[in-house]
Design a protein around this ligand. Structure first.
Ligand code: NDP
Length: 482
């Protein structure tokens, strides 16, 4: 009897599971094979239209924009929260085709210039939602803009992974970071660790070596996966050493800075303490595909899925290129190639639906026009006395932005500070401090890693924020104090 009941129970479970799987598969298939009514008439009626909208401004996004704009198709790039992407945080690249050695930021600068020269337009903004149930797609942005896009090229890149160990969040921006280019000069003469065994770990170490006393790369296995050529470069640098089979367990320090890390040897089980001032993470990246997860457009690791040998995603009219859709190669040159292909795929979609020069001409009055953002000239504080004077006499809260030209995230944040400064002109005062020029101000307020934003009310320090902020995050932050 009991056995019979069990058989019924198991059969019921199997049936339920089968039904659930069928519904799931049907749902995913429906979502991914969905087609919209696509017609020139609908595009002609829509307002704020962009034929090609590129999300992201790394090598994939910029190359896509270059191809698309050069084909005389109006192209708008939403540059994202980190304009230029990961290349802005690397130093020299020796495998960018055609150039023996070039800075990552130069590659980005040149690509952008080339895209602009053919008419591509740029906005420092990010997409926050995409309605893919209608066409032209409706894209809403962080700055509150709505754009109707005939095609979208997703080139949103990836975000460095974090370890999730004790102390990581507490000391983020106070010694723990993923950007050696930004923070290396802050560790002059000190000992630092880099976590990871890939090319990025070596890249970070090479950037740190000229400043730090010692750089120890902590590798969790008994070998590095970095390219042999990178490992050879590393071996030539005397103050870089590697420890294998080790895991970082905890990051410790004072209120304001990292002082030591707890390391476990996974072979011997031995736990040791290492005195360091910096922890640089280089443990890989997660694709920035959040907007597409719900739509069943990503694989189990979050990479946007592509249809056969193309840059087409499962949603017609949406294409992807670069690290967001590349679980394998992850090279700037490859991303640029994928951006090229994505632009060509988008162009042939438009052509297939009859969008030619004459139709685009007809659409012109309804094209989205990027607005010109208002910005203030943010005063530069060059001495502590000058800053103290401002703090004493200001009737509004004062926001002090610490930056340096060598810090890419600082340089990205400066335009947002200028723009938010204009938005809150009567309610808040924004000033900036170059930590290289005015070290006495940085020292007086214990500014280590940058960017840092300090907030003063009635001359008193009331808050500090130790990370780069997007424009939207900056607005939300400022609103707390006015
Ligand atoms: P990778 O994915 O190649 O390497 C990540 C490393 O981090 C691996 O060694 C991995 O260990 C380790 N790791 C992952 N999780 C943890 C963890 N929780 N604790 C400790 N270690 C961990 O990422 P990269 O960012 O290095 O490189 C990404 C791509 O970019 C690659 O294709 C690379 O070639 C490219 N690149 C190229 C550069 C150049 O040409 N100059 C520079 C930088 C990157 P394990 O090996 O055990 O899995």
């Amino acid at each position: 009897m009991l056995q019979k009941q069990n058989i019924f129970l198991i059969s019921g479970l199997v049936l339920a599971l089968g039904a659930f799987s069928l519904i799931y598969v049907w749902n995913v298939r429906c979502k991914s094979s969905r087609r919209y009514t696509i017609s020139k008439e609908m595009a002609l009626e829509a307002k704020g239209v962009v034929p090609v909208l590129v999300l992201g401004s790394g090598p994939a996004g910029l190359t896509a924009a270059l191809y698309s704009a050069r084909a005389n198709i109006k192209t708008l790039v939403l540059e994202g929260n980190k304009p230029g992407g990961a290349l802005m945080e690397t130093s020299y690249i020796e495998n960018w085709p055609g150039v023996k050695r070039i800075l990552g930021s130069q590659v980005i600068g040149q690509l952008k210039q080339q895209a602009v020269s053919f008419g591509a337009e740029f906005l420092v903004d990010s997409a926050t939602s995409i309605d893919m149930s209608v066409w032209p797609f409706i894209v809403a942005t962080e700055n509150g803009i709505t754009i109707r896009a005939l095609t979208i090229i997703v080139a949103t890149g990836s975000t460095p992974k974090k370890l999730g160990i004790p102390g990581e969040a507490q000391y983020w921006g106070k010694g723990v970071t993923t950007c050696a280019v930004c923070d290396a000069p802050l560790h002059k003469g000190n000992d630092v660790v880099v976590i990871g065994g890939g090319d990025s770990a070596i890249e970070e170490s090479l950037q740190l070596a000229p400043y730090a006393k010692t750089v120890t790369i902590l590798v969790r296995k008994d070998a590095m996966r970095a390219a042999a050529s990178m490992q050879d470069r590393m071996k030539e640098v005397k103050n870089i050493k590697v420890e294998y089979n080790v895991e970082l367990q905890e990051i410790k320090g004072t209120d304001s800075e990292v002082t030591e890390v707890v390391i476990k040897n996974s072979k011997t089980g031995e736990v040791s303490i290492k005195k360091v001032t910096g922890v640089f993470l280089a443990i890989g990246h997660d694709p920035n595909s959040q907007l597409f997860k719900e739509e069943g457009m990503v694989d189990k690791n979050g990479y946007l899925q592509l249809v056969k040998r193309s840059q087409k995603t499962p949603v017609e009219g949406i294409y992807a290129a670069g690290d967001v859709a590349d679980p394998v190669y992850k090279q700037a040159g490859y991303s640029a190639g994928a951006g090229t292909a994505a632009a060509l795929d988008a162009a042939s979609f438009l052509q297939d639906y009859g969008f030619n020069a004459a139709v685009f001409k007809q659409m012109e009055p309804n094209f989205f026009e990027p607005f010109l953002e208002e910005k203030i000239e943010v005063p530069l504080m060059t001495s502590l006395a000058q800053l103290k004077n401002v703090l004493t006499f200001s009737k509004t809260p004062v926001f002090v932005d610490f930056f340096a030209e060598y810090c890419p995230s600082c340089m990205r944040m400066l335009p947002s500070v200028a723009s938010v400064g204009a938005q809150f002109e009567d309610k808040a005062l924004f000033v900036k401090v170059d930590v290289e020029q005015a070290k006495e101000i940085a020292d007086a307020y214990h500014v280590g890693a940058i960017p840092v934003l300090l907030v003063f009310k009635n001359g008193q320090l009331v808050a500090r924020y130790n990370e780069a902020m997007t424009r939207k995050e900056l607005v939300d932050f400022v609103e707390q104090f006015i």
